[in-house]
Design a protein around this ligand. Sequence first.
Ligand SMILES: Nc1ncnc2c1ncn2[C@@H]1O[C@H](COP(=O)(O)OP(=O)(O)OP(=O)(O)O)[C@@H](O)[C@H]1O
Ligand SMILES: [Mn+2]
Length: 469
Amino acid sequence: MTKKSSGQLTDDSCSYSVELNGWGLGTDIRRGVLPEINQIGRARNIEEAKRASNDTKNTRPTKKAEKPRSELKRGWDDQDVIGIAIKTGVILQIYHKQELRNSPTYSSIIYTQRKGHPWQQFHRDISQDALYSEDAPYMDDLLRDLATVEIVNASQFRGGTQLKLDLRLADGNRVIAKPMRLSRDHVYKYTREEPFWLDPERHNAEIASFHLDRLLGFRRVPPCSGRRVNLKKEILGKSEDTNLLSTVFKSGANLCVIGNCKPWFCNQDHPSCTKGDLMEVAMCQFLPAYQGGIPVRDAAYPWSQGRKESKVWKGKNICLDILKDSIRLGGRVLLDLIEQGIFDFFLRNYDRHHYSQLRKYQRKVGCVLHLDNGKGFGNPLVDDDTFLAPVYQCCKLRRSTYFRLKELARPQSRLSNRLNASMSHDPIAPVITEVHLQAMDRRLETVLRTIDKCIRNHGESNVLVERLE
Ligand SMILES: Nc1ncnc2c1ncn2[C@@H]1O[C@H](COP(=O)(O)OP(=O)(O)OP(=O)(O)O)[C@@H](O)[C@H]1O
Ligand SMILES: [Mn+2]
C-alpha cells in the first residue's frame, strides 16, 4: 500500500489530508491475522479469551504500538489553548504548538472570532454542576458540526475495551467515535449465554443517552451525534494507524474493520462493517484536557453491577456506610450517584463499574459525569429494578430532579415523546426503536413509584433535598 500526500502537513497529528492509493478492496488486507483472532472470538468465557489472547500474542502481526499513557497525554495536550494572538483586532486562540511556530503567517491557525467554534463554546461552558448550561445556545450547531465537518485525521482511540475512533475535524475539534455493530432492534439477553461483559457497544446508545440525560436535566453526557461516514474515504483514507489499516477486510460489497482492542471484542466475529460504502457512527464530543492530561478521575461505583461487587449491595443496604464516608459527605457525590442510578435504570447499563468526575473541580468536587453509555439500550423488554438500589437504599433525591421526573410523566410532556422529538433531527434518526421509547415511559413510572414509597415511609422533607447535611 502506498500513500501519496496530497495536503500540506501542518502538524504531526492533525490538519493534514492524505490520499490513499492502492486499496486492494478485492483482497483481504493482511488477512493472516484473522485465524488467530478467530480463536479468541470463540472463547466461552473471559478466562478462555485471555488465555487465547496470550497464546496468539506473538503471532499477531499488528504492531503493538501501545504506549497508552504518553500517547494519550500527547493526545490530550494538543487541545489545550496554549496561546492567544491578536491580529487586527481578532482574537485567535491557538490550539496547537505547531500553530504557534507558524505564527505570524497564521497559515494553519484554527481560529475563532469572539464566540469561537461551537465546540470551543462547549468547552468554555463546562461548569462544576454540569457539562453544559441549560440553554446552551451553541448546542444545535455543535451537533450539526459533529455530523458534518470534514474528518482530517483518524486513529484508534487508546483506552477502554472496544473499538473506538479518535477523530480530528477540520475545525480543530476532537471526537470519540463509536461504530455501529448491531441493528437497532437487536435485543441482548443478559443471560449466561449472553453475559453483560460480552455485550457489544451500541453507537445509538451513546446518542440516545446524550438526549435522555439532557431531558432528565442532568447534563452530564458529552454531546453526541450520529453520522454516516464513508469508511474508505473519510476514515481509512485519513489514517496512518496500523491498528485500523491492518485489520480491514472486505465482506461481500461491504468493508469491515476489526481494530486492535480486547481480544474478545476485536475479533473476526465482531467486525464493524459498512453497508455499501457507508458506516453509521456515534460522534461524541471530546472533553478538554486538564493540565495537559486526562480531564476525569474515576472512582469505584459502590452499586456496580459487577458479579463480585453486586454481591455486597444486593445483600445489605450500603447507603449508611457511604453516607458516613466523609469524602462523599463533603460534596454532592451521593446525590449525583443516586441520579446516576436512575439514569442507568433507564438505560439498563451494566457497564457502570466506576463513576467519573472532572478533575478540574477536584477541590470543590465537580459533578459526576455519565461517560460511556454504549452498553445501554440493549434490552427494552425487561427492566432491572436493582439499578434503583441507590434510590431505595438511600431514600434521598434532589427535589428539582423529582419534579422534573414528575413533569416528564405528564401526558402532555411524556418522556418518550420528548425524547423522540429531541432525537428526530439526528442524521441517523430514528435513533432507537419504538419499543425502547415505550420502555422509557414504563421505567419512569417505576422510578416515581420507588421514590413515592420512600416519601410515604420517611416523609417528603427527609427524602427530597437539595443537599446532604
Ligand atoms: N467524551 C470523552 N472525552 C474524553 N474522554 C472520554 C470521553 N468519553 C470517554 N472518555 C475516556 O475514554 C475512556 C474509554 O471510553 P469508554 O469508557 O467509552 O470506552 P469503552 O471501550 O466502553 O471502555 P470500558 O471497557 O471501560 O467500558 C473512558 O474511561 C474515559 O476516561
Ligand atoms: Mn463501555
